[in-house]
Write a protein that binds this ligand. Structure first.
Ligand code: ADP
Ligand code: MG
Length: 251
């Protein structure tokens, strides 16, 4: 009999039986979530249901207490090497952009590649300009974040993540802080990334975006994944009353 070659894991992210408490408050209850390479997962649910905490656990902005989290097969543990390995593969885009206000757009984009990846300034700047073009604002490179609109700042934040060339991008309500007329310019960039095959976990209530790109929808309530499935089923025939109620309120 010939030796079996183990196929490399095709899971980009895998959470198994993840539990987390803030003090005595049980914030994540037995979370199981599997994201394949290139897959797009959209997480929705009421405020306070644990959506941010789930994505923050995936890159160790929060620590889980039970269960396992793997990114590209690497288990997230207290070993700083595991945390560093995972953070180097995972980019994150926040609701509040989190750009450095005292740095120019270009400096915001080159900081990580220079400090964490050891790139030269000119290499890092070339890469930064490449990604600023991808988000359609190369002309803003020399400005400070405060001189940009919210939609432009969020596109800078996306470009900054892309400069680290992550395998996975996490988005936590990336359009919730934006004026309505700026939402689509950010979602359009995200749709393009999705079409190019980026693995994405997106917390959002933008259900038009979700219908367009999601391979998998996840609905959370009170720290639990209450419903999970392909968008056709999720939107067409949600099973749980909690999910039905939520969708009826936002659609
Ligand atoms: P969502 O993103 O779905 O709105 P969060 O993940 O931010 O929910 O929060 C889930 C629950 O955990 C909320 O009740 C929130 O108040 C609580 N929580 C979040 N962060 C902390 C923290 N650092 N310490 C204590 N409680 C927290
Ligand atoms: Mg949140």
């Amino acid at each position: 009999m010939s030796a079996q070659i183990q196929p490399r894991s095709t899971r980009a992210i895998e959470l198994k039986g993840v539990n987390k408490w803030f003090g005595t408050f049980h914030v994540l209850k037995n979370i199981n979530l599997s994201v394949g390479l290139g897959e797009k997962v959209v997480i929705c649910g009421p405020s306070g249901s644990g959506k941010s905490t789930v994505v923050r656990c995936i890159n160790r902005l929060e620590e889980h207490q039970e269960g396992t989290i793997r990114v590209e097969g690497v288990e997230l543990t207290n070993d700083p090497k595991s945390v560093a390995a995972i953070r180097s593969e995972v980019g994150m885009v926040f609701q509040q952009f989190n750009l450095f206000p005292h740095l120019t757009v270009l400096e915001n984009l080159t900081l990580g590649p220079i400090k964490a990846r050891g790139m030269t300034r000119s290499e890092a700047e070339a890469r930064a300009m490449h990604y600023l073009e991808r988000v359609h604002i190369p002309d803003q490179a020399r400005k400070r974040p405060s001189q940009l609109s919210g939609g432009q700042q969020q596109r800078v934040a996306i470009a900054r993540s892309l400069c680290m060339e992550p395998k996975v991008l996490l988005f936590d309500e990336p359009t919730s802080a934006l004026d309505p007329e700026m939402i689509s310019e950010v979602l359009d960039v995200m749709v393009t990334l999705a079409e190019e095959g980026m693995t994405m976990v997106v917390v959002t209530h933008e259900m038009g975006f979700a219908r367009k790109v999601a391979d998998q929808m996840v609905f959370m309530d009170a720290g639990e994944i209450v419903e999970q499935g392909p968008p056709e089923e999720f939107f067409g025939a949600p099973r749980s009353p909690r999910c039905q109620k939520f969708l009826s309120q936002i659609l």
